[in-house]
Design a protein around this ligand. Structure first.
Ligand SMILES: Cc1cc2nc3c(=O)[nH]c(=O)nc-3n(C[C@H](O)[C@H](O)[C@H](O)COP(=O)(O)OP(=O)(O)OC[C@H]3O[C@@H](n4cnc5c(N)ncnc54)[C@H](O)[C@@H]3O)c2cc1C
Length: 450
C-alpha cells in the first residue's frame, strides 16, 4: 500500500472489532491493524441473535459477506412480520399464555463461530491481524495531534493514528481513557463534565444483578417424555418473579437452547447508574459449570413444562452478566470505544452484539469519508460519539427495563406487559440506522466546513 490516509488500530477481535475491520476493508486507503489478546480468533458460547435492524447493517458490508451469512441461517431470512417471542406466565404449575409478540423480520439466529468465520473471510488486504497481543495501555499526545503509542503485555509497542477499543466489558482502553479524563476532565470534548471519582468509577465492569444459566436440552429426550412440548414450536419466554427463561430450537432441531436468567431487582436498578458510590462487583468466576440441580434449585416452582425441560439438563453454564456504567463519552482525542467496551448491557433485548455492529458501521462510514484526513479525524470521532452514544446508552436502558417488565418485578402490572415489551423493543425492527447515519454525515460536513 502507498502511504495510507491514516492508520487505525483495533484492540480486540470479537464481534465488534472484526465487524469494524470488515467495514474498514471497504476503504483500501486506510491501514487497519487488529490486536487480539487470544492466540487465535475464537468465540465463546453457542448462539447469537440479531434483530432486523442490526442484521440490515451487516448486509450493507458487502454482497459476498451477505450471501455467506444468509447461507448459514437455519431458516430462510424474511422481512415479513412473524411471531417473535411467545410470553408465558410461568409462576404457577399450569402456566398461561400472556401474549405473542409480533416482530418484523425473522429472528436471525447464528452460531457464533459461523458468524466470526464469515467476518474473518471478508477482511480486506488493508487489514493485518495480530494475535497473542494483549494491550496493556496506550498514550496519546496532549493535543491529540501525534500518533498514539500502544503498549502490549509482551513488552512490544506499536503506533497508530486512531485507536479503537473493541476489547469487551473489561476494556483496557476504557480504563486508560477514564484515567486520562479523571486527570484532565476539561479534555472531554463531549461537554459532559463529571467529577474525578465518576470517571474512575467507569473503569471497572458492574455486576448487573443478572445471571444467565444456559444449557442445551437434547430434543430427542424431550420428545420422549413430552412429544408435544411447546418448546419445539418457536421462541418462548417463560416468566416468573425474578426469573426469565427463553427457549428455542437450535442445530436444525436437535436441541432446545435454554437461557434461564435470575434477576436481582435492586442490583439491576443501580447497575448503569453514573453515581460513583454505586459499584457492584462480582468477585467469583464470571462463567462456571453448573449441574441440573443448580437449575432445579434456582427455577423451582415454575410451570410444569419448564420443570420437564430442567429435569433433562445434563450440564450447563452460569454466565454472570456484567455491564458498564453510562459513560460520559466514548471518545477521547484520537481514541474511541465500541461495543461492550463502551456499553455492555443486559441480555433482555438480545442487542449487545447488534449495538457493537451498529457502532462499527457508523464509525467506519465516518472514518472512510474521503474528506476525513489525519488533520481532521478528531471531527469524525466526536460525531461518532454524539450520534451513537445516546442511542446505544438508551438501548442499554431499554434492555434493563425489559428485564424488569418480563421478570414481573415490582411496579409492572401483568396487563401492561405486552405494551411495555413492545415499547422497549420495536425500535429493533421498526427503525433503520440510515436516519442517524444521515444525521452523522451532515454533522461531519458542518464540522469540516464543507
Ligand atoms: C451469555 C451471553 C449471551 C449473549 N447473547 C447475545 C445475543 O443473542 N445477541 C446479542 O446481540 N448479544 C448477545 N450477548 C452480548 C454479546 O455477546 C456482546 O454484546 C458482544 O459479544 C460484544 O462484542 P464486543 O466485540 O464488543 O466484545 P467481545 O465479544 O467481548 O470481544 C472483545 C474481544 O477483545 C479481546 N480483548 C479483550 N481485552 C483485550 C486486550 N487488552 N487486548 C487485546 N484484545 C483484548 C477479547 O479476547 C475479545 O476477543 C450475549 C452475552 C452473553 C454473556
Amino acid at each position: 500500500m502507498s502511504s495510507p490516509r491514516f492508520r487505525v488500530a483495533v484492540c480486540g477481535g470479537g464481534v465488534g472489532g472484526l465487524t469494524l475491520a470488515v467495514a474498514l476493508s471497504r476503504y483500501p486507503d486506510l491501514q487497519v491493524d487488529i490486536y487480539e489478546r487470544a492466540r487465535s480468533f475464537s468465540e465463546v458460547g453457542a448462539g447469537i441473535v440479531f434483530m432486523l435492524r442490526p442484521f440490515k447493517v451487516i448486509r450493507k458490508l458487502g454482497k459476498k459477506l451477505e450471501e455467506a451469512l444468509l447461507g448459514k441461517l437455519p431458516v430462510p431470512f424474511s422481512e415479513e412480520s412473524s411471531t417473535g417471542f411467545r410470553f408465558r406466565k410461568s409462576d404457577q404449575p399450569e402456566g398461561e399464555t400472556l401474549f405473542d409478540m409480533v416482530i418484523r423480520g425473522s429472528l436471525i439466529n447464528l452460531h457464533r463461530a459461523d458468524f466470526q468465520g464469515v467476518l474473518l473471510d471478508n477482511l480486506g488486504p488493508n487489514v493485518k491481524t495480530h494475535t497473542s497481543k494483549r494491550l496493556h495501555s496506550y498514550s496519546q499526545s496532549d493535543d491529540g495531534t501525534l500518533a498514539n503509542t500502544l503498549a502490549f503485555e509482551d513488552g512490544t509497542t506499536a503506533t497508530c493514528d486512531i485507536l479503537v477499543g473493541a476489547d469487551g466489558v473489561r476494556s483496557a482502553v476504557r480504563a486508560k481513557m477514564m484515567q486520562d479524563l479523571a486527570r484532565d476532565p476539561t479534555s472531554n470534548s463531549s461537554g459532559e463534565m463529571r467529577a474525578l471519582q465518576e470517571y474512575l468509577a467507569c473503569i471497572e465492569p458492574v455486576f448487573s444483578g443478572v445471571i444467565a444459566h444456559r444449557a442445551l436440552i437434547p430434543a430427542e429426550k424431550l420428545r420422549a417424555v413430552a412429544p408435544s412440548h411447546r418448546a419445539f414450536g418457536g421462541v418462548y419466554t417463560w416468566v416468573a418473579k425474578g426469573r426469565v427463561i427463553t427457549t428455542y430450537p437450535v442445530s436444525m432441531g436437535k436441541f432446545v437452547n435454554l437461557a434461564a436468567n435470575s434477576l436481582d431487582e435492586s442490583l439491576m436498578r443501580s447497575a448503569h447508574s453514573i453515581d460513583a458510590n454505586h459499584h457492584q462487583r462480582y468477585d467469583g468466576d464470571w462463567v462456571k459449570s453448573i449441574t441440573k440441580d443448580d437449575f432445579l434449585d434456582k427455577f423451582e416452582g415454575m410451570e410444569k413444562e419448564v420443570q420437564t425441560m430442567l429435569d433433562l439438563i445434563e450440564s450447563g453454564n452460569a454466565w454472570v452478566i456484567n455491564v458498564t456504567k453510562n459513560l460520559p463519552t466514548h471518545v477521547h482525542g484520537r481514541v474511541a470505544l465500541l461495543g461492550d467496551a463502551a456499553h455492555a448491557m443486559t441480555p433482555f433485548l438480545g442487542s449487545g452484539a447488534g449495538q457493537a455492529v451498529e457502532d462499527a458501521y457508523m464509525l467506519s462510514e465516518l472514518l472512510g469519508d474521503y474528506r476525513v484526513t489525519l488533520a481532521t479525524l478528531s471531527h469524525a470521532l466526536t460525531v461518532y460519539d454524539e450520534i451513537r452514544r445516546p442511542f446505544s446508552t438508551n438501548v442499554a436502558r431499554l434492555s434493563m427495563e425489559n428485564g424488569f417488565t418480563a421478570g414481573l418485578q415490582s411496579g409492572t402490572p401483568i396487563s401492561d406487559m405486552e405494551e411495555r415489551v413492545n415499547g422497549a423493543w420495536s425500535w429493533a425492527w421498526e427503525t433503520e440506522i440510515d436516519d442517524s447515519m444521515d444525521e452523522a454525515r451532515k454533522l461531519l460536513g458542518k464540522r469540516l466546513g464543507a
